[in-house]
Design a protein around this ligand. Sequence first.
Ligand code: NAP
Length: 228
Amino acid sequence: MDPHVLVLVHGATGGTGRLLVDRLLADGHQVRAFVRDPDKGAPLAKRGAEVVPGDLTDPDATALTDATRGVDAVAFCAGSGASTGKDMTLLVDLHGAVRTIDAAVEAGADRYVMLSSMAADDPLGSSEAMAPYLAAKHAADRVLAASGLRWMVVRPGALTDDPPTDQVRTGTPRIARAERGDRSISRADVAAVMAASLEADATGVTFEVLSGDRPVAEAVADLAAGSA
Ligand SMILES: NC(=O)c1ccc[n+]([C@@H]2O[C@H](COP(=O)([O-])OP(=O)(O)OC[C@H]3O[C@@H](n4cnc5c(N)ncnc54)[C@H](OP(=O)(O)O)[C@@H]3O)[C@@H](O)[C@H]2O)c1
């Protein structure tokens, strides 16, 4: 991705999304943040992002369509969260994500990076509690792969608020069971991986990511080198 492109971030007020916004701004990109709570959007605007109001569950798609117009890339970091029910899993993690993909296609965006989840390729192999969420992620990832956009799907393990380490391990499409160890990664490191994935000249790459011992830039460059 060229410097100074316009990136639309979904979930920009969330734990990972906020860090991605900061990272993209620091890298010289323009950021448009799609935000449902204006109070939460204010700090992002202060830091230099363009904040546009909208909700992924709004039956009227006008706000989403307008927000996506003219963007070069889309990053999806939104999520229904653990405190909502399966209805929101369906409406945000699946249908909301699909709507953002459709909007990106319609707007002629160049690329899309999806923040998915580890184990999204095998939802029914997971716990009963996690299966609906992973099924939603799985389906959204498949829609993105068929969209015609240039895309990467980032599948992290459990997210923490630990400080950045810039050290990760990746597996395409999965990290081997024996190598998983501690299945966590900080949101800061995930934001760095998302930013590097947006900047990579690659498409068609789905990978799991955990904290590890390889610099983010090196790990993502290797993934990009093996891409379509
Ligand atoms: N938590 C984990 O361990 C884990 C593991 C793997 C993958 N993930 C995935 O990683 C991503 C980021 O997770 P996170 O924990 O950093 O996120 P988070 O802090 O839970 O933030 C979620 C974001 O989504 C936004 N959002 C929720 N519903 C929305 C709606 N209807 N319309 C528009 N925006 C909406 C929230 O807005 P508000 O600020 O207004 O609420 C917030 O900005 C998610 O896709 C999640 O599924 C999480």
